[in-house]
Ligand binder design. Structure first.
Ligand code: ADP
Ligand code: ADP
Length: 229
């Protein structure tokens, strides 16, 4: 089953001479994790921003679960895409504790349902004991786990991760990558991640995509997936 389809995406920034994405196409199966690698400036972040709905397309289309999110005459608002985001900048609300941050996307849920979901998520990321901590009382790795809980809370159809570990020290980064891979696998979460670190990509992904010049030049199973791990 297929969930995410990028078909011939073209994106051009307003003041740029040439488009940044020039025919990016890929198909990500439901429940799989893919990592995009490629040289700096090849358009990886732009691809995620287009999927999230922050950049209009000049051509091509993006579909998720058979629904067109962006395409000729279509541009669904970011909050209506069912897409969760985890970016490099850890952006917790500084005045909200860990639980309130994790439940931020569930403000319209009933209090009971929200509290239950937040407990479940904090347990998932291993921080149930720290629910009442404020962001400044958490380490960088713990803050990024809360940001992950917040992104997963509304059960997004797709999780987008842009260099989510690159602001962390090396030891935290490696441990967290392995842990997050386990969380995504366990949840059957479809996810597309951008990284510049080939080892991190092999750790995290089922599929590795390599971009160059605004399109995909390689798409292969990760070493872990290929060895049936
Ligand atoms: P990557 O994530 O692969 O490093 P990006 O998608 O961030 O690449 O950027 C691709 C190209 O688009 C780069 O040349 C970058 O300078 C340019 N770019 C990124 N954002 C903007 C923007 N808002 N306006 C104009 N150019 C941009
Ligand atoms: P890391 O090396 O992962 O950045 P830290 O050394 O920052 O971790 O934190 C180690 C432990 O101390 C963590 O369990 C964290 O919860 C706790 N901690 C860190 N900062 C504070 C703080 N300002 N107040 C209370 N506890 C803290």
């Amino acid at each position: 089953m297929t969930t995410l389809v990028l078909d011939d995406l073209h994106v051009r920034y307003a003041n740029a001479a040439a488009p940044v994405l020039r025919g990016l196409s890929l198909t990500l199966p439901l429940g799989r994790v893919a990592c995009l690698l490629g040289p700096s400036g090849c358009g990886k972040s732009t691809a995620l921003r287009a999927i999230a709905g922050f950049e209009p397309l000049a051509a091509g289309h993006i579909a998720l679960g058979g629904e067109v999110l962006s395409g000729p005459g279509v541009h669904l608002a970011p909050e209506r895409r069912g897409v969760g985001l985890l970016f490099q900048e850890i952006a917790l609300f500084p005045h909200l504790d860990a639980a309130a941050n994790a439940g931020f996307g569930l403000r319209r849920w009933t209090r009971d349902a929200r509290e239950r979901r937040v407990r479940e998520l904090l347990a998932l990321v291993g921080l149930d004991a720290l629910a009442a901590r404020m962001p400044h009382e958490l380490s960088g790795g713990q803050q990024q786990r809360i940001a992950l809980a917040r992104a997963l809370a509304p059960s997004p159809r797709l999780l987008l991760l842009d260099e989510p570990f690159s602001n962390l020290d090396a030891a935290t980064r490696d441990g967290l990558a392995t842990e997050v891979r386990g969380i995504l696998r366990g949840a059957g979460q479809t996810a597309l991640m951008v990284t510049h670190d080939p080892d991190e990509a092999e750790t995290m992904a089922d599929w590795i995509g390599v971009m160059a010049g605004g399109r995909l030049v390689e798409w292969r199973p990760s070493r872990a997936a290929a060895s049936g791990e």
